[in-house]
Design a protein around this ligand. Structure first.
Ligand SMILES: [Zn+2]
Length: 412
């Protein structure tokens, strides 16, 4: 399949006009000026007026959650069978929204790891998944109701070993309070630096990077000094945080969307104590994100997908929120593709390069001029995962909802 006449953003930059891209056997076979394909007689897609992008990568998702207003209540007492179905459904909804790879940063009882295996082995057609296993937090810490609670360095080491034994790709440590857990405060550090360091070192011995939920300076500094690879959320980053993060090349996964969605919702149903924390965080968060961006810090897209009002399938809106908070569209696209792939160690995804997997999103218009062209899925025209069609909405954009694979191409 040869794409001609479209603009090509390769994950880092826009290619000179006139390039064409050839997909063969699920891979990108060649990218070259159109003249190089003279004599080609196979199927051709005329992408005039469209932009060809790498499939998006959501670095912060929760497959067990589907946007329910009270996550703790939504998962309490639910069977593993039901949770498995939710994970499948949610992952496929993400894929239909242009997310061809995602990282699950906290599931339940390792159900999501088995779903990951089903996708990554090809048993079920879906997104490529990286997963952390259970949240690891202190007793009563953030998300304690589904987390592995651990206290003291030895216990944290054991908790990390349990996730590795279950087959995690990375580890998630909770460094501060969180919005959706009752009784914890965003400004309180939870794990000590000593506990975090023990966890990070143990994960590192077995080649697992660590992502840390960290909202405010004391916890951010504990996590960064312990050696985590990414700070998730980073609601309040002071100068010291930014300096230490830059010095260690820590990736910030800001997850701006859940706060913006919570505050925009006004629909009720979310506990007031959670809304209060979201109100406190919102503007500080946007400013901290912008400060790290301006300082030259690495940023990857993650939408905290699955949190209230933030169901799977809408993660691309995170790009819009990053741009609204001051990021250039080209940098937001890079955060959602190339930088995200680097963070997840996806060596052959996140960029349009010869030999890479054909994970591709084609959108109408120019997302470098207006990020909504990709953020709003109504603008998606074609989605390929490993060269297989997830969505083909070129004939009738309105047909999008009816065409996504959730109802058609699940390989079970
Ligand atoms: Zn999360």
């Amino acid at each position: 399949m040869l794409f001609i006449n479209g603009a090509i953003f390769d994950g880092e930059a826009l290619l000179p006009a006139g390039h064409a891209l050839l997909v063969e056997g699920g891979r990108i076979a060649r990218i070259a000026p159109g003249a190089a394909f003279a004599g080609y007689a196979g199927p051709t897609i005329d992408a005039a007026g469209m932009t060809i992008l790498p499939g998006l990568i959501d670095c912060h998702a929760h497959l067990v959650l589907g946007g329910e207003l009270n996550p703790a209540a939504a998962v309490t007492g639910i069977s593993h069978v039901e949770l498995t179905l939710r994970c499948l459904e949610n992952a496929l909804a993400s894929l239909a929204g242009g997310v061809t790879s995602l990282r699950d940063l906290g599931g339940i009882d390792h159900v999501e790891l088995r779903v990951r295996d089903a996708f990554n082995s090809g048993r079920v057609f879906g997104p490529t998944v990286r997963a952390a296993g259970k949240f690891i937090c202190m007793t009563g810490g953030t998300n304690y109701f589904i987390a592995r609670q651990a206290d003291g360095p030895d216990e944290v080491v054991k908790a990390v070993r349990e996730q590795i034994h279950a087959g995690c790709d990375c580890v998630k440590l909770m460094a501060t309070g969180g919005v959706l857990t009752p009784g914890v405060r965003l400004e309180h550090a939870q794990f000590t630096c000593e506990e975090m360091t023990a966890g990070v070192n143990e994960a590192r011995r077995f080649g697992r990077p660590v992502a840390s939920h960290a909202m405010t300076p004391a916890g951010v500094l504990n996590a960064v000094r312990a050696g985590v690879g990414s700070i998730e959320h980073g609601v309040l980053l002071d100068e010291e945080c930014i300096d230490e993060m830059l010095a260690r090349d820590v990736v910030l996964v800001p997850t701006l969307m859940p706060f913006q969605r919570l505050l925009a919702s006004n629909a009720g149903g979310v506990p007031e104590w959670a809304m209060e924390k979201a109100r406190w965080a919102s503007e500080r968060h946007r400013k901290s994100f912008k400060a790290y961006y301006d300082a030259g810090g690495r940023i990857a897209m993650g939408a905290d997908t699955g949190t209230p009002f933030n169901p799977h399938g809408n993660a691309a809106w995170e790009l819009f929120h990053m741009v609204s908070a001051g990021m250039k569209p080209a940098d937001a696209l890079k955060a959602g593709t190339a930088t995200a792939a680097d963070l997840l160690r996806l060596d052959d995804r996140g960029r349009l390069r010869e030999g890479f997997a054909a994970d591709i999103v084609v959108v109408a218009g120019d997302p470098l001029a207006d990020i909504a062209a990709v953020a709003d899925r109504a603008g998606h025209r074609l989605i390929l995962k490993d060269g297989r069609t997830v969505l083909d909405g070129r004939a009738s954009p309105a047909g999008h909802a009816g065409m996504h694979l959730r109802f058609g191409a699940v390989g079970v």
